[in-house]
Ligand binder design. Structure first.
Ligand SMILES: C[S@@+](CC[C@H](N)C(=O)[O-])C[C@H]1O[C@@H](n2cnc3c(N)ncnc32)[C@H](O)[C@@H]1O
Length: 161
């Protein structure tokens, strides 16, 4: 699997605990990748770490699962969104899956001072309809460290031919 914008998130710890071993973490920030690798210690040595911008990265292999929490919604330029979708489509094998989590329509319109695009599961499905079929979606209210609530939508989609 590949975690897009994995940054310092503990998602990687969770997938390792589940027994997954072929795991790639991609992030724009080398600082974030180094912090995650340091935290994981020896367990991080078996992972693939890619310091890349998702809007310019070209995948060189395919994955069963693509996971993105809170990256796609930062892409406000249509050209960047098109580049992301191109990489997503190339990187996920037929019948593989992607989980794309973004702020929901009633979520914040900015994050860390940056503008975001908010999506419903229906928006995500329409945007990716050429190559992905919707499977399931879930709403989640994320509690920030300062106690604020942020509404997310998580879309699970399947790569179709
Ligand atoms: C809001 S954080 C989310 C981190 C993690 N996915 C989580 O849910 O906790 C966004 C992450 O995406 C990375 N990021 C932002 N734009 C990116 C891009 N164009 N390409 C790759 N990573 C990017 C940031 O460096 C940061 O680590």
């Amino acid at each position: 699997m590949i975690d897009i914008g994995g940054g310092m998130s503990r998602f990687t710890d969770a997938v390792l605990a589940m027994g997954l071993r072929d795991v790639t973490i991609l992030d724009l920030s080398q600082v974030a990748l180094d912090a995650a690798r340091d935290r994981l210690g020896p367990a991080g040595g078996s992972l693939t770490w890619l310091c890349k911008d998702i809007t310019t990265w070209s995948p060189t292999r395919q994955y069963d699962l693509w996971h993105d929490r809170a990256v796609f919604h930062f892409l406000t330029d249509p050209a960047d969104r098109a580049a992301y979708i191109e990489s997503l489509t190339r990187a996920v094998r037929i019948d593989g899956h992607a989980i794309i989590a973004t702020f929901a329509p009633d979520g914040p319109d900015r994050c860390s001072g940056l503008p975001v695009v908010r999506y419903s599961p229906e928006n995500i499905a329409v945007l990716l309809a050429d190559s992905f079929a919707p499977v399931a979606h879930r709403r989640h209210l994320h509690q920030t460290p300062k106690g604020a609530e942020q509404a997310f939508q998580f879309s699970l989609i399947r790569r179709v031919g």
